[in-house]
Design a protein around this ligand. Structure first.
Ligand code: BGC
Length: 752
């Protein structure tokens, strides 16, 4: 290596550029770089010989024609790769196809700079895991990390380097379809999950063959669109932005995420893609982020529709000046940047910085050493949908299920009792809907339906009768009679109700989040027969379940569980696994309560049943149907003996809290022990509850454990009106229990 570097140095930049017109530079360079164990200065050397066009190419990301995840498709991406005008491709995968495209970049362009392949691997590549909101309900950080690890293992075997995940947008509005992709309403839980997902995707070292680059999205505050309508405007105080919405992005970056995607929305009136406050002040200056920033799909172009740029060229300038390194699909940099640099509207220094960041990641991924290292068809065959991956998916899936109701302990169903079961509902046999939104390369045919999952565990298949009853959506009730006939013959009725997989996710906001179509009518009709009913819900967001609650004895929230969905649900229904999930979002009682979240402020007129002039509705309670953190088990847990080791906390002396949790039932179970605080008096209003710690524990029947949590002054920080993080002395209440309404309480004081 050394002689070649010396050769280039001696040659000088002028000489290199002169020579590059005559030599097959890609080979020369690749030899030079590959020979090196430590390619010192590779990125700088490369940068010094790149033309401006080639640099802009590295700042350009186009979709292949394999999939459409946004409004426009470019037919010319292969020519663009060949001309060095596109340095990254998304929606192209499999070892074979990425190899084919990589060959163009490596063999047919002047410098042979390898492509970066991105894809929305949101909850699995081919082995599909539960939708992220569902996984978040497991509150099992290890399981969540494992899910991302498996996704990375499969994706990298299929030629991918980069996932557009994790999506870490906090959201308090279940109408917004993209709640399915995130970790719910709480930023503390969200931050833990964000970090776990990044670690899972990126592994210990980006250079490992099964590590893929994570992309934190959508920066920032995309989860707070007005009225829950996707792509709508966002307006909030800087205090709320910093305290509630930013922590998960920050946690992901602290965990090592090396790319960030801008969001479609505006923040403080400026679209995120041109927002210097977000991209420079917060991301680079305050957080020290040194990876690269990519736009969301055509979000530079959309700054024209936002009304902050007169045309695409100006929008491009705004984005480049704000520090956006890569343009996804908009072709704005591609069309205008060259001229803008030449005319001095934008400096070469800015371009170089962006290109350097991007090339650095390509280097970190080992692409300069071997551009084809991820395109390994043999590894692809062995890894994808392997029994181990399916087992991991089943494990995470069962942990994601939340038991919402279990009147008279009708669950679990004893599979050995030989009871006749009617499985009714539009989701009873579905494989497709189990995939949820953003199912990457997942196939519905690989999914285990609920029917198949039940049949795999019921010894005598004639005990199960399956009837659809109605469609997920629509008004057709002609299937009701068959459903009723089946229910009449059954000892127990399982109803599979919910949404279509694509009723949540991007561009899938709903103005009414009841069960769609005539499903509630079907449930009511079956319920009138008086048979015990277990409702298995499949959906991508919190739903309004008041009617379901009134007509069913048991309810399981199963989200969209992915490839192993049916098996995981059967595990829970038949008691092979004792459900342990807890809601990561509040389930409202009615539409009028939305937006809704547990960590509200008390207001100056907190609710009082007898006083009209307090904060409430005339026609609805304030309480949701199911609070944040809620979830039942087949056993019961008793919380007692809350204690603390000191009533006084100082800056340097944390306080340790403890609680005794006992499994009072006859079966083993897992419980998510949650600790919330309330800052009683502060210089600004504070939430009535804030989640600060949690731990998932396993208790055998009759077993008890003392669970300990430590809090320090740092955990009590909030943003003051100057938007600075501070902690203030004073009294704090601490609540520990199994959901956000925990009543077991203690108190301490923070002193200076
Ligand atoms: C979505 C992103 C996604 C991108 C690429 C956009 O429409 O908002 O989350 O990563 O498309 O598919």
């Amino acid at each position: 290596m050394q002689p070649k570097i010396t050769f280039f140095r001696l040659l000088g930049l002028g000489g290199i550029i002169f020579l590059s017109h005559f030599l097959k530079f890609d080979q020369l360079f690749r030899q030079h770089f590959t020979a090196a164990n430590q390619p010192v200065g590779l990125v700088d050397s490369l940068l010094s010989i790149m033309t401006l066009e080639e640099k802009i190419g590295q700042m350009t990301l186009f979709t292949s024609d394999w999939e459409l995840t946004g409004p426009t498709l470019r037919a010319t991406y292969k020519e663009d790769i060949q001309n060095g005008r596109c340095g990254a491709i998304f929606n192209a995968h499999t070892a074979a196809y990425t190899r084919e495209l990589q060959k163009i970049a490596v063999n047919e362009t002047r410098l042979g700079i390898p492509l970066l392949f991105g894809y929305d691997v949101i909850h699995g590549y081919k082995t599909i895991f539960p939708i992220p909101l569902g996984e978040s309900a497991s509150w099992d950080i290890e399981a969540i990390e494992k899910s991302a690890r498996v996704a990375a293992d499969e994706s990298t075997a299929a030629g991918l380097h980069w996932t557009f995940a994790p999506m870490v947008d906090v959201s308090r509005d279940p109408r917004w379809g993209r709640v399915a992709e995130g970790a719910g309403e709480d930023h503390y839980l969200g931050a833990k999950i964000a970090a776990a997902r990044v670690k899972g995707f990126q592994g210990d070292n980006l250079k490992d063959l099964n590590s893929m680059l994570a992309c934190v999205k959508h920066f920032a505050a995309y989860g707070a669109p007005q009225a829950g309508r996707d792509y709508h405007s966002v307006d909030m105080s800087e205090m709320t932005l910093r305290e509630i919405y930013l922590p998960p992005y920050k946690a992901a970056i602290d965990a090592g995420a090396k790319s960030v995607m801008t969001s479609f929305n505006d923040v403080f009136g400026v679209p995120a893609t041109g927002n210097t406050f977000l991209l420079k002040q917060i991301l680079r200056d305050e957080w020290g982020f040194d990876g690269f920033v990519v736009t969301d799909y055509t979000s530079i172009n959309e700054m024209v529709a936002h009304g902050v740029a007169a045309n695409e060229a100006d929008a491009g300038l705004m984005a480049a000046k704000a520090g956006v390194d890569m343009d996804m699909q908009g072709a704005v940099y591609y069309k205008y940047l060259l001229q803008q640099v030449r005319s001095g509207q934008i400096s070469m220094r800015l371009i170089d910085e962006s290109v350097k960041r991007i090339l650095k990641i390509k280097e970190d991924l080992g692409l300069f050493e071997d551009p084809f290292r991820y395109c390994n068809a043999e590894r692809e065959k062995q890894t994808i949908l392997s029994p181990a991956n399916r087992a991991a998916a089943r494990d995470v899936a069962k942990k994601s299920i939340v038991l919402l109701k279990n009147q008279g302990n009708i669950l679990p169903v004893d599979v050995n009792k030989g009871q006749k079961i009617a499985l009714i509902g539009p989701l009873a046999e579905t494989q497709k809907e189990l995939l949820g939104s953003w199912s990457a390369a997942g196939f519905d045919t690989d999914c285990v339906s609920l029917k198949s999952g039940l049949l795999a565990q019921i010894k005598n298949p004639s005990l199960l009768q399956v009837v659809k009853g109605c469609n997920i959506n629509g008004t057709d009730k002609t299937g009701f009679n068959a459903a009723l006939a089946a229910a009449k013959k059954a000892d127990i009725v399982i109803m599979a109700l919910g949404e279509e997989g694509l009723m949540s996710g991007e561009a899938a906001s709903r103005a009414d989040i009841h069960l769609p179509g005539v499903q509630e009518d079907l449930l009511k009709a079956v319920s009138a027969l008086g048979k015990p009913i277990i409702v298995v819900l499949m959906n991508g967001r919190p739903l309004i379940l008041d009617q379901v609650d009134m007509n069913a004895q048991a309810m399981l929230e199963t989200w969209f569980l992915g490839t192993e969905g049916g098996n995981a649900i059967a595990d829970v229904l038949f008691g092979k696994y004792n459900p342990s999930g807890k809601l990561p979002m509040t389930f409202p009682k009615n539409m009028g309560q939305i937006p809704i979240h547990y960590n509200v402020k008390s207001t100056g007129r907190p609710f009082d049943a007898v006083n009209k002039y307090t904060s409430k509705y005339l026609d609805s309670p304030n309480e949701p149907l199911y609070p944040f953190g809620f979830g039942l088990s087949y056993t019961q847990f008793e919380y007692s003996s809350i204690a603390l080791n000191d009533k006084i906390m100082t800056k340097n002396s944390p306080v340790e809290f403890s609680v005794v949790v006992k499994n009072m039932g006859a079966v083993a179970g897992e419980e998510v022990v949650q600790l919330y605080i309330r800052d009683v008096v502060a210089s600004v209003t504070r939430p009535v509850r804030e989640l600060k710690r949690f731990e998932k524990i396993n208790l055998k029947a009759g077993e008890q454990k003392t669970v300990k949590f430590t809090l320090s002054a740092n955990d009590l920080t909030f943003y003051n009106p100057q938007n600075l993080p501070v902690w203030e002395p004073g009294a704090f209440e601490v609540f520990i229990g199994g959901n956000s309404l925990a009543t077991l309480k203690t108190q301490f004081s923070l002193v200076r």
